[in-house]
Design a protein around this ligand. Structure first.
Ligand code: OFO
Length: 173
């Protein structure tokens, strides 16, 4: 079983992942209110992915004999000034989550918790993808600036995003 420090850090991570889902749900709502349905779809899928990330930690902790403790989820920002601002915030948030996953990995290494280290490896890889995905859309938004036609092109592209359940080794979601 992981030591207490790791159990507490995983419980905090469950909260962070659930907050991510909540934050991205607010972004989905923002884009829906603008009738930018492709952008809304992008965040709809992102919300589902974040729920999977939370459940991955939840199920891991149950599996290794730790106690899951749920706490309140903070209120997310609901108002945004532009699509670009949304993606700037989303990228910043993913960078924060990456640092948090790295901290978990540091605890696993300090405590010689090799089981958790192997489990966390999936999240390290996933975070690189999360940052890359948010960054790619952000760069496109910076390129088009205020151009409406460009915005609709990105919207059409993001409408294609499809949810695929996370496949975390050793974990049944
Ligand atoms: Fe769970 O990766 Fe985003 O926050």
């Amino acid at each position: 079983m992981p030591n207490e420090k790791m159990i507490q850090a995983i419980n905090e991570q469950i909260n962070k992942e659930l907050f991510s889902a909540y934050f991205y749900l607010a972004m989905q709502a923002y884009f829906s209110s603008l009738n930018l349905d492709g952008f809304a779809n992008y965040f709809r899928v992102q919300v589902q992915e974040e729920r999977d990330h939370a459940l991955g930690f939840f199920n891991y902790l149950n599996k290794v004999g730790g106690k899951v403790t749920l706490t309140e989820i903070a209120k997310p920002q609901n108002d945004f000034s532009s699509p670009q601002e949304v993606f700037e915030l989303a990228l910043k948030h993913e960078q924060f989550v990456t640092r948090s996953i790295y901290s978990l990995m540091d605890i696993a290494r300090e405590t010689k918790d090799h089981t958790s280290e192997i489990f966390l490896q999936w999240y390290v890889t996933e975070q690189a993808e999360e940052e890359e995905n948010m960054g790619r859309v952000l760069n496109k938004l910076k390129l088009i600036k205020e151009d409406g036609a460009g915005l609709f092109m990105i919207d059409s592209e993001l409408a294609q995003r499809v949810y695929a359940p996370a496949v975390i080794p050793g974990i049944t979601l």
